[in-house]
Design a protein around this ligand. Structure first.
Ligand code: KG4
Ligand code: ZN
Length: 342
């Protein structure tokens, strides 16, 4: 491949509690993927503290970018564009990434490309699956989002359903807190569930009336809290492992049911998952089995590319860049940015 066929993008991500930078070639080849996580810091408070997150992003962003360039043996001059998450997410953290990207783009006279965070999660699938091209179905499940999406083309989405209350990851985090496992809840519940019986407690799989593709997880979270309170009031011992396993089974069941309903309705033969919750082993296995049963090709990013990272922003940014997206110096953080909005 000559250098002319190579489009080199620096992807920056800082929407929540990871400061991340990555150098990605042609949206699919990752030369470096540096992630500085703040999880241990926020664990002290049981969740992400936005002010502290912003401060840490400021402290780390330049170092993370320098490391990503060094690891990729690339200089700022070699870059074709700077891609950055500009929403949705926490406004302070987003502003740090957006400001860093603008500064580099301005100083080096490079194009600036604003990327939607969920589009980034979806695009993480392109990195390790070189054969994956739209159209396909995708379930994006993270701490802030639960979206069932038809990916019609690069950057073109139809949202079939979303959560009407808590996101799936948020439910994991809240239930983990209730049973004293700490933050972030997802990996801790997954670990605890290994020792428990998923059929021990029959937690509900909520449906949303008249909106079959929408999700609701707050009822499930309340059912877990009620179960714990009921046990406490009656002075009955309860098993944290059984609660974790039964809760995880209910979430995974709801996700897989919705996903397979879409497969049947749209006859799509490719299904991808994305977002932090997509790193959950029970969810990955259940989706793989359900897809296999229906002859549907199943895709998921490796676990490190499911949670927030810069490579997914570099991948999404490449397709946005190729479609001609260029942002100006007025690019701003948009905390509640909708998918497909510009
Ligand atoms: O994608 P992500 O890093 O950030 C957002 O965009 O929100 O997702 C973080 C979320 C957290 O709620 C975390 O508890 C959840 O993903 N998560 C998991 C697992 N690992 C992370 N949930 C279930 N099982 C896991 N192994
Ligand atoms: Zn995310």
């Amino acid at each position: 491949m000559s250098d002319r066929d190579k489009t080199v993008i620096l992807g920056l991500e800082s929407s929540c509690d990871e400061t991340a930078a990555s150098v990605v070639v042609n949206g699919r080849t990752v030369l470096s993927n540096v992630i500085s996580t703040q999880i241990p810091l926020h664990t002290l408070y049981g969740g992400v503290v936005p002010e502290i997150a912003s401060r840490k992003h400021i402290e780390r962003v330049n170092q993370v970018i320098t490391e990503a360039l060094k690891e990729a043996d690339t200089t700022l001059e070699d870059l074709d564009a700077i891609a950055v998450t500009y929403g949705p997410g926490l406004v302070g953290p987003l502003l740090v990434g957006v400001s860093a990207a603008k500064a580099i783009a301005f100083a080096k006279n490079k194009p600036l490309v604003g990327v939607h965070h969920i589009e980034g999660h979806i695009s993480a699938n392109y990195i390790e699956h070189k054969d994956l091209k739209p159209p396909f179905l995708c379930l994006v499940v993270s701490g802030g989002h639960t979206h069932l999406v038809r990916v019609l083309d690069y950057g073109k989405y139809e949202i079939l359903g979303r959560t009407v209350d808590d996101a799936a990851g948020e439910a994991f985090d809240k239930v983990a807190r209730a049973i004293g496992l700490g933050y972030p809840g997802g990996p801790k519940i997954e670990q605890k569930a290994l020792e428990g019986d998923p059929d021990a407690i029959d937690f509900p799989k909520a449906k949303v009336a008249d909106h079959p593709y929408d999700f609701s997880f707050s009822g499930l979270k309340s059912a877990v809290l009620n179960y714990i309170n009921g046990c406490k009031m009656k002075d009955i011992a309860y098993s944290e492992a059984d609660i974790a396993a039964s809760f995880q089974k209910a979430v995974v069941g709801a996700l897989v049911d919705h996903a397979m309903m879409a497969v049947e309705q749209f006859g799509e033969n490719k299904f991808a998952i994305a977002g932090g919750v997509a790193s959950n082993g029970a969810f990955r296995r259940a989706m793989e089995e359900a897809c296999e049963k229906r002859g549907v090709e199943f895709y998921c990013p490796s676990k490190i590319l499911c949670t927030d990272n810069g490579a997914m922003i570099g991948a999404a940014g490449y397709y946005d860049y190729m479609k001609g997206r260029r942002d100006g110096w007025d690019l701003n953080a948009v905390p509640n940015l909708a998918l497909g909005e510009r």
